[in-house]
Design a protein around this ligand. Structure first.
Ligand SMILES: *Cc1c(COP(=O)(O)O)cnc(C)c1O
Length: 429
């Protein structure tokens, strides 16, 4: 009965019965995986709640300061809570950190000095970091300050090239950059356990090296964070998982007292550090977003698994595939053709709560080396914890899908993407 009403609602927003039935049959097979995700969410919910209770988070912390922001007790409390959740000595959680790349730049530039070298043991870094580091020539890059970079690619089977890593570590190696999520790449995302293994290996060779993890899209996907397996710093964006869809801006760095102190001096100024930075009125959203983040992340994960299974059943290569364990919320689908990417993105856009009437087109996005098409109709502009998809317009024409503040919305978006592809006659159906 309710099923019939649901079908009717879907048909009113443009999803055909055939698409609905097809998707419904696939979803039925995913129930036990969804149960496992709910268990992780339950664990992480308890973790976040416990951190708020243990730090005596209170009504008085919800309002903000202006101006310099001295004695901003809400800001200080949020940082205490983040440090507890990530199990680190300290944290820097600020709306003055404008995005994930900015947070990563602060973490790198704050803890490196001329003559130091960065090593990425997991291959290529995220596109925007190429500009930061100076792999791609860029004004103000770390390369201009005499900081060098080296990388060791993963082996063809996705495992670490321990031999190569050992060879690459030298007297200049100061900081290890480990990107957890695959980003715009088709390599597998690393599990927290794998990250722990590579950190242990590196520290056995050079104990005083700083291990930093680009944790973007990985927060709350597992029962542990990389900071629990040896990372000295974990870094991410508040408009992804940990902001829970409510944080309107911001980034975080959690880590050792020394690393965080350096980061605060870099973000603000030497001498001032953590003491300044008005929270304006954003603390409530950052706190409430963190509170919701475990279940929001779970919703996005279910959406990713649903998408993988739908498109895999239609014969497309998906990374990760429909069955593998998840270590981030990103789902890549290799469509191989620009028209399919376009149709997919149109469907995601059409399913958005904001800007559903616009048609996404490829554009020259700053920081990327090819055109990028993006579908997003988010409450927070650019928030990729909200239902969104993006694709660099180059081989292998893979679309990266992520987010969904609720599972029903993520599901609807995927059904709409398939609907668009079907309507354009791009698959044999
Ligand atoms: C999103 C992301 C970043 C940072 O991106 P911003 O758009 O600057 O927030 C860095 N690394 C990875 C792996 C990411 O997914």
């Amino acid at each position: 009965m309710i099923e019939e009403t649901l079908k009717k609602y879907y048909s009113e927003i443009g999803i055909s019965e055939k698409v609905y039935d097809y998707c419904q049959a696939i979803e039925k097979k995913l129930k036990s995986r969804f149960d496992d995700i709910d268990t992780i969410a339950e664990l992480n919910q308890a973790k976040v709640l416990h951190a708020m209770q243990e730090t005596s988070f209170a009504e008085e912390h919800l309002s903000g300061t202006t101006g310099y922001g001295y004695n901003d007790i809400g800001r200080e409390k949020i940082e205490e809570i983040y440090a507890r959740v990530f199990k680190t000595e300290d944290a820097l959680v600020r709306q003055q950190i404008t995005c994930g790349t900015h947070a990563l730049y602060i973490a790198l530039s704050a803890n490196l000095r001329p003559g130091d070298e960065i090593l990425s043991p997991v291959g290529k870094v995220y596109d925007t970091l190429e500009g930061v580091i100076g792999i791609r020539e860029s004004k103000g890059s770390l390369a201009e300050f005499g900081i060098t970079y080296r990388q060791v690619d993963l082996l063809p089977d996705g495992s670490f090239d321990y031999e190569g890593i050992k060879k690459a570590i030298n007297e200049k190696t100061r900081l290890i950059e480990i990107q957890r999520s695959k980003g715009y790449d088709t390599r597998p995302t690393l599990s927290v356990a794998q990250i722990g293994e590579v950190i242990a290996f590196i520290k056995s060779i050079k104990p005083d090296v700083i291990c930093m993890v680009d944790n973007c899209y990985g927060e709350f996907v597992e029962d542990k964070e990389p900071s629990e397996v040896g990372a000295d710093m974990v870094v991410g964006s508040l408009i992804k998982n940990p902001g829970g869809g409510l944080a309107p801006i911001g980034g975080y760095i959690c880590g050792t007292r020394e690393c965080i102190e350096n980061c605060a001096y870099r973000l603000i100024t030497p001498g001032l550090g953590k003491e300044v930075g008005a929270s304006l009125g954003v603390t409530r959203n950052i706190a409430q977003g963190l509170f919701l983040a475990p279940t929001v992340t779970a919703a996005a994960l279910k959406g990713a698994i649903f998408a993988a299974n739908i498109y895999e059943s239609l014969g497309f290569k998906t990374v990760p595939d429909g069955k593998s364990e998840r270590h981030d919320i990103i789902q890549a689908v290799e469509f191989g053709k620009p028209e399919l990417i376009q149709a997919f993105c149109e469907g995601i856009q059409k399913a958005a709560p904001v800007d559903s009437h616009v048609t996404p087109v490829p554009w020259d996005m700053p920081g990327y080396d090819s055109q990028v098409i993006m579908a997003a109709g988010a409450f927070v502009s650019g928030a990729s914890i909200e239902l969104s998809a993006d694709a660099p317009m180059k081989e292998p024409y893979a679309v990266y899908f992520q987010g969904g503040l609720t599972y029903p919305h993520a599901k609807l978006g995927i059904m709409m993407s398939l609907q668009k592809i079907v309507e354009k006659g791009l698959i044999v159906w």
